[in-house]
Design a protein around this ligand. Sequence first.
Ligand code: NAD
Length: 333
Amino acid sequence: PVLRVAIMGLGSYGTRVAEAMQACKMAKLVGVISGTPSKIKNWQSKYNIPEKNCYNYKNFDFIKDNPDIDAVYVITPNALHHDQVIRVAKAGKHVICEKPMALNAKEGQEMIEACKKANVKLLVGYRMHFEPKTLEIIRMRNEGELGKIMFFQGLCGFKIGDPTQWRLNKQLAGGGSLMDIGIYAINGARYMIGEEPVWVTAQETKTNPEKFKEGVDETIQFQFGFPGGAVASCLSSYNMSNLDRFFLTAEKGFAELQPSTGYGPIRGRTNKGELNHSHVTHQTVQMEKMAGIILANESARVPVNGEEALKDLKIIDAIYLAVKTGKKINLKL
Ligand code: NAD
């Protein structure tokens, strides 16, 4: 069986996913949704997409009448995900949505409910859950090879360019670096430690209020406490380069990933030595596995569904609240 996918949003990441999907056996790009007719034309000729599988943002609800599309992959600016995912669900198609799934937990909850009601699957593009070195560290931890987990450090950031881009527009991005890149440290803290945090504290620093306007965070540091006693310390920034590192320390060993969440190759090292698992194109493996999850019609064992993404949104809500109030925020995930 093959999952027939339409991509919504033909921007830079959509393009990367389309390229990567060419190597998939179980997922095939068959349709597009875009507001730009010239892009649709290019994609049609490049990927052999028939006219009847091309939609725009006004008419894509009619996808419900198209038996040749099984799922839509939403790869648009963050603020659009909520309404677009709900419209796809109402059209009766499975949804894969890019991270962050939405701008806050309330939106995320509504998306989950809409997909449940429509009896369609909702998955979120957390590609690191398919990355071999990451999975090896999770395996080592699960099998007790690292012993009791004590501390995680997650550093995620880059120096963002063009001040006019949607990522620096609160209306479209929903926030700043935390929504975009800090979410990797949030999700990473959860999968590296293997527990859900019970509290968070956070501090924001802004050196350039001209570029990073009200509601768009430049740099946030945040800390988590976990039920087993582990703590985490994370940094999310749009104004520091070469920040792409995870470090886990435990009673019997350590694990380090650097780079940890870039497109790869990921590099990993533990107390036992270098991790030598070969590089995979993240988006290819992700789409192959997600096709399996959707087609097998069983609940995902890989933690990339809407409920898992909602936990990250609850944490994001709490981090912004912690920044605003200066208080320690308790979490119930
Ligand atoms: P991008 O700006 O390159 O592409 C966004 C696309 O959305 C563009 O083609 C644009 O034309 C379209 N669009 C539709 N409606 C729009 C509107 N009202 N305003 C602006 N653009 C509109 O951005 P991107 O880097 O492709 O990011 C898209 C999504 O993918 C984001 O949610 C981002 O977080 C996510 N992303 C995920 C990864 C990952 O590794 N998982 C990497 C990059 C981006």
